[in-house]
Structure formats: structure tokens, C-alpha cells
Design a protein around this ligand. Structure first.
Ligand SMILES: O=C(O)c1cc(C(=O)O)c2c(n1)C(=O)C(=O)c1cc(C(=O)O)[nH]c1-2
Ligand SMILES: [Ca+2]
Length: 673
């Protein structure tokens, strides 16, 4: 079952890049993250060494796939700071800082990350956290045009973490916010001018009127799948495309992977009714007009923060005696899907980890969802959990082996409704309860018991696992595969490793002093094959691990570039923080601490860790000076430049005191008092 690449439009270098280039997120429109380069092979991969590295000057997660063309490597970081490097030496050619307002850091569920950038002719294009699409001159790094994709201060809590994509003469981009409250949409812009060409909303208009956009044509179809009642009207329903978007030039289709529904609990969102189109779906649109063509919904009535935004890969595979043009995805729900990308027909899907939501599929591909995962106030253990069996970490596919490669995370979570829940503006709006009842403690223990992480190779023709490599914990990085049958992946052993694409045997491993979560690329320059990866632990996976008390000693993020015989050396790991300072004594009442715990969970935990463990800054380890400034930091935005915006709009002086009391209590527990 050897696959052929999608037929290329010769005129479009993004359809068929030169072998040594990596000009788009997925390398070409198939998004296979497959490189034809073979200089580094299974025999010599052990000789890979560091060619050069660049300090990225951040401890935040770095999720971007860099791009390469014409001797230049382009990279982008948190706050969308974008740099061009001489790909041979690592010398900085230019850096562009779009001055992303740090206030937007609050809106990012999993750090203000950026998953990448796009390239077209003489431009590189970035999408900023605050919703701007900016085209930069590739030679100078100066902006050529800027377009807003949503209005600053609009009703919904939009942000962008995903990469923009260039599809022919258009730039297509989505956005985030599905955990706070947004109405997801996807929009396309002219690559030369930045002018909007079309826009498609992924949930129905909450006021039941036309939007004047491409999705008006299917608004009635979407609307029929939502209840007349429910908070979807207030919070927008979600379904936002925060990561993969793909394009088949021959079929002239754009494929949009959509996110979870908001509020997460369907009870509050849509009166426990309806499929709620187009949440957790793949939607195919006409690339020219944005008009609807087909959709497949992975999880009708989604309510577990499951997203279908994960990598979408195209290949032509021989299945059931004929060649099928397929689209493949491993979304959060634990299955690997193979769809016909011309029609949206469900070909097959198989589970690659333990799951308890799916009892099979109808003939038309509609999943049969187990009643047990539909939670009420009685809590239910559901597998996978909201972190997903496969998250945004890029997947790869080799047309030589016929296998897809991705990091898998077997997990579960305890879901239940919070009684009398009310949504809060600009906060995570799930409608879920904490782990209040005694029954939940056992469920939670069962859930923790299930946790496993793997590098998984999936056979999409036979619908089964080809091989799996166990890895120590969640958060293993994106995957790249080469024509020399090497699979490259960053691991939670804090290494960058190469595996035999046919067997999973590990062939090489390099200590990176931080677990790389991003996907690698490879490029050829002056006859030398280079392999580049961002090593910067962070994002949602790091939050989950820190919540479990796991913090790895690490260096600040770096861009690492390897070649055969490279002799570069990383400096020694910087000294890690010494013992935490002694916290002030706790003087608050138990009630105040309890109130602080609740507020912290709602407003602070996404960045500062569940139960105040770890996070961007571990607040149990504040110095006396920080304690003294606490109220001003939280309410006046004293540390805005570090990404800590003011929360004065949602926490009162009294609230801040309660949060501070809770943190002092946690610090004293940690101190052993
Ligand atoms: O619903 C959303 O809008 C949304 C956005 C994002 C994001 O933009 O990073 C993530 C998620 N959801 C999410 O569910 C998730 O697991 C996740 C992990 C990460 C990450 O960067 O590690 N982002 C996101
Ligand atoms: Ca989400």
C-alpha cells in the first residue's frame, strides 16, 4: 500500500517544494511532514551533531514549526516575535516584534504560544495573538500589509495561536477562544494585499439573522442541530479552528478542523440537545468562495473539550481494492480517522488508546456514543480526557512506509456538572464541577491509573497500530519523517530522538535540556542536510504535567540545528532555582482561603498551574518583595511586560486578598508548615 503524493500544480511551489526546502508548516499541501532528503539515514544517524543553536531567551513553550527556503530559516515565538536566521550559521538576519499586547496572554488557554508561520513568494506571514495577520518582507522583516481578523475588544474572547496557511493566492487563518467563549470562524485573505476574501462561521448566528458571509448558506442546517435554549447564544458555541487547516489544490477544497464546544457542558450549552454543528468536525469549503462542501463530525454533541483541530494529512491510499484520496486525522478522542477527502465519506476509524465513549460506528460513519460518557451532576470517568489522546503536536506520514506517526497520550478525566453554574466573561467556561464527591476520588484514581504516553505508528489502510514506543510522560513533541525511513521526535526525556520508521527502534538521541514539543523540519543547503527543531517545553501538556507535580530542570528555549558530524556543544544546564524562600505566615480565615482557591481555579490556574503547582511562575515560591507587590501585580498590571496583565476587571480587591491568602496557604504547605 504505497501512497502517491497529491498531484502538484507546477506553478505553485507550496504544492511541490524543492526537495531541500520546507516552505510551509506541513512542508507541502499534503501536510505529510515528509521530506525526500536522505543524506541522514539509518546507518549514519548516530553521527548527527549540533551544527548551531540560537538562544530564544524565553522559558515559555515554543510550539512553532520553523520554515526554510533560500538559505534562510524563519522562526516565531510567544508574542509572535519572528526571526530570520542564516540557515548555515545561525546568524540573525532580522527580528520583527509586532508588539503583541500582553493583555492577550490572559485569553490563551495554554500559554501565548504560536504554532508557526507561512511563506509566499517574497513574504512571510504571521498571525498575532491579538488577531492581526501581518505579511513581512522576507529580506528585511518589515511589514508589507497588516489585516485585523477580529476586532479588538469585541464581544468574544478571541486570540490566535495557530499558524496561518498560504493556499495558492490566499492566506487562511482560524483562531482560539473555545474554552472561554467565542463563535469560531475561518477566513481567507488575499496574499498580496491582505484584503478579506471570504469568511465562514462554524456555529450558527446566535441572533438568528444572516451574517453576510459564506456560512449563511448553511446556517439553517447548523441551527437545526442546536437547542433554542442554552448559553451557546451568549458564548458563541466554540468550534474554533485553532490549529490545522489544509488544502487540496486539485479539488479546490479547504479543510477546516474545528474545536470543542463552549460552554463545554452540553447541559448548559444546548439544553442537552443536538449535534451542535460544526463543533469537533472537519468541514470542507470551496477554496475560492468559502462555500460549504461537506463535513464529518467526529463527536456529535461534544462536551469533553475534545477538538478536531489536529493535523490533517492527505495521501492517496489503496483501500478495499481501489485508490482513495484520503484525509487522515487523529483528533483528541482517541481514534484515527480516514475520510474520503473529495466527498467527506467515512472510510474507517480505529482507536489507538483505551477509550470508553465509542460503541462503534453507523454505516454512514456516525459514531455510537456510549451513554456512560454523558455526565450530569453524577461524575463520570471518560477516556480520553481533555488533554486528548493526540493534541496539536504535528503528525507525519510517510508514503514509503504507508504509516502515520504521532505522539499518543492515553488518559482519562472525571467529568461532572457544576450545579447552578453561571458563565464568567473572559474566563474558562466549562460548567464542570471539581472533584467534590467521594465517588469522584475513586474515579480519579482509576483515571490516573490509565496514563501512558507513546510514539505511535498507525497503519491507515489496515486501521491498526503498526508499532508503539512507550515514552515516560505526556508532552512528547511533533513528528517528522524522511525518505531514509527516519522518524524524528522530541521526547519528554528532554531529548530529540530518531527512530526507524519501519520498526520504531530508536537509533539516536540527543539531550536537549528541555523537552521539545514542536515539530522538526529538515532542509538542504550547499549539499548538507540539516535538521532543525525548537526545544522549548510548555503549552497545555506542560500544564498537565506540572499539575501532577512534574517540573523538569531545563534551560531556556533554544532553536537547535543538527547535521552529520556537527561538533557544536550546548552550554551546561543553568543552575536551577535554589530552595524556595520562606513564605509569610498564614493569617487568613479558612473561608477566605477556600474562596481564594475557587477564584484561583477560575482566573489564575491556566497559567500558574492547577492547585498552584508550577506553571509559568510557581506562585508558592514568591519572594517577600513579590508578596508586597501582590495586589498591584494582579490589579494594576505591574508585570504586564512579562505577560501578567491586570485582572482588575474580574477580581476585586477583596478577591485578590483571598487569592493571596490561598497562595500563602499553599506556600506554607509546600514549606512543610
Ligand atoms: O478551544 C480552544 O480555543 C483551544 C485553544 C488552544 C490554543 O489556542 O492553544 C488549545 C485548546 N483549545 C485545547 O483544548 C488544548 O488542549 C490545547 C493545548 C494547547 C497547547 O498549545 O499545548 N493549546 C490548546
Ligand atoms: Ca479547547
Amino acid at each position: 500500500p504505497i501512497a502517491a503524493a497529491t498531484p502538484a500544480r507546477a506553478a505553485d511551489p507550496l504544492a511541490n517544494p524543492a526537495p531541500g526546502d520546507w516552505p510551509s508548516d506541513g512542508r507541502d499541501y499534503t501536510a505529510q511532514r515528509y521530506s525526500p532528503l536522505t543524506q541522514v539515514n539509518r546507518q549514519n544517524v548516530g553521527q548527527l551533531g549540533l551544527a548551531w543553536y540560537a538562544d530564544l531567551d524565553t522559558y515559555r513553550g515554543v510550539e512553532a514549526t520553523p520554515l526554510y527556503a533560500d538559505g534562510v530559516l524563519y522562526n516565531t515565538l510567544s508574542w509572535n516575535i519572528t526571526t530570520a536566521y542564516d540557515a548555515r550559521t545561525g546568524a540573525v538576519m532580522w527580528t520583527y516584534d509586532p508588539q503583541t499586547p500582553r493583555e492577550y496572554g490572559r485569553l490563551a488557554c495554554c500559554e501565548p504560544v504560536s504554532r508557526g508561520l507561512a511563506m509566499s513568494g517574497d513574504k512571510v506571514i504571521i498571525a498575532t495573538l491579538d488577531g492581526r495577520l501581518i505579511a513581512l518582507d522576507r529580506r528585511t522583516g518589515q511589514p508589507v500589509w497588516t489585516t485585523r481578523t477580529f476586532e479588538h475588544g469585541s464581544r468574544y474572547a478571541y486570540s490566535i495561536t495557530g499558524a496561518p496557511r498560504v493556499f495558492g493566492d490566499k492566506v487562511v487563518v482560524g483562531q482560539s477562544g473555545g474554552d472561554l467563549g467565542v463563535r469560531g470562524f475561518v477566513s481567507a485573505y488575499n496574499v498580496e494585499t491582505g484584503a478579506e476574501e471570504w469568511k465562514f462561521y462554524l456555529t450558527p448566528n446566535p441572533e438568528d439573522r444572516p451574517d453576510g458571509v459564506a456560512s449563511d448558506g448553511v446556517n439553517a442546517m447548523m441551527r437545526a442541530t442546536w437547542s433554542d435554549e442554552g448559553l451557546w447564544r451568549e458564548l458563541g458555541g466554540g468550534a474554533n479552528p485553532w490549529d490545522a487547516i489544509a488544502y487540496d489544490p486539485a479539488l479546490n477544497l479547504v479543510y477546516v478542523g474545528t474545536g470543542n464546544a463552549v460552554p463545554h457542558a452540553r447541559f448548559y450549552r444546548s439544553n442537552n440537545q443536538g449535534d451542535n454543528l460544526f463543533v469537533c468536525s472537519i468541514v470542507a469549503l470551496d477554496a475560492t468562495t468559502g462555500a460549504y462542501r461537506w463535513h464529518y463530525q467526529m463527536n456529535p454533541g461534544e462536551e469533553w473539550d475534545w477538538t478536531c483541530t489536529q493535523s490533517m494529512i492527505q495521501a492517496d491510499l489503496q483501500i478495499g481494492g481501489r485508490i482513495r484520496q484520503v484525509l487522515m486525522q487523529a483528533p483528541k478522542n482517541g481514534f484515527f480517522y480516514v475520510l474520503d477527502r473529495a466527498t467527506g465519506e467515512f472510510i474507517h476509524a480505529g482507536a489507538h488508546v483505551f477509550q470508553n465513549w465509542n460503541l462503534g460506528f453507523e454505516a454512514d460513519g456516525r459514531p455510537i456514543t456510549a451513554d456512560i460518557v454523558r455526565y450530569g451532576e453524577d461524575q463520570r470517568m471518560v477516556a480520553p480526557g481533555p488533554g486528548g489522546a493526540h493534541n496539536w503536536f504535528p503528525m507525519a506520514f510517510s508514503p514509503r512506509t504507508g504509516l502515520a506517526y504521532f505522539p499518543a497520550y492515553q488518559s482519562a478525566f472525571v467529568y461532572g456538572l457544576q450545579r447552578d453554574w453561571q458563565p464568567q466573561p473572559m474566563r474558562s467556561n466549562s460548567g464542570w464541577a471539581g472533584f467534590g464527591n467521594p465517588h469522584a476520588a475513586q474515579l480519579l484514581a482509576d483515571a490516573n491509573e490509565l496514563e501512558r504516553a507513546y510514539l505511535t505508528a498507525w497503519d491507515p489502510v489496515n486501521n491498526e497500530i503498526a508499532w508503539q514506543v512507550p515514552l515516560p510522560r505526556h508532552g512528547n513533541g511533533g513528528v517528522m519523517v524522511t525518505a531514509s525511513d527516519l522518524v524524528f521526535e522530541g521526547t519528554t526525556r528532554q531529548t530529540f530522538a530518531a527512530f526507524n520508521a519501519r520498526t520504531g527502534q530508536q537509533l539516536w538521541e540527543y539531550p536537549t535540556q528541555s523537552a521539545p514539543v514542536a515539530g522538526a523540519i529538515t532542509y538542504e543547503l550547499d549539499g548538507v542536510q540539516y535538521i532543525a527543531i525548537n526545544a522549548g517545553w510548555g503549552g497545555g501538556a506542560a500544564q498537565i504535567e506540572r499539575g501532577a507535580g512534574i517540573e523538569m530542570p531545563r534551560a531556556p528555549a533554544r532553536l537547535l540545528v543538527f547535521r552529520l558530524g556537527g561538533t557544536g556543544q550546548l552550554p551546561p544546564l543553568p543552575p536551577q532555582a535554589s530552595a524556595p524562600p520562606e513564605p509569610p505566615p498564614l493569617r487568613a480565615s479558612e473561608a477566605q482561603v477556600a474562596r481564594g482557591r475557587e477564584l484561583f481555579g477560575q482566573a489564575c490556574a491556566v497559567c500558574h498551574g492547577q492547585n498552584a503547582i508550577g506553571g509559568v511562575k510557581d506562585l508558592r515560591h514568591m519572594t517577600a518583595e513579590t508578596h508586597g507587590l501582590f495586589n498591584r501585580i494582579v490589579r494594576e498590571g505591574l508585570y504586564l511586560d512579562k505577560g501578567m496583565a491586570s485582572f482588575a476587571d474580574i477580581v476585586s480587591e477583596e478577591d485578590v486578598n483571598a487569592i493571596h491568602a490561598y497562595l500563602i496557604a499553599r506556600a506554607n504547605e509546600d514549606w512543610g508548615r
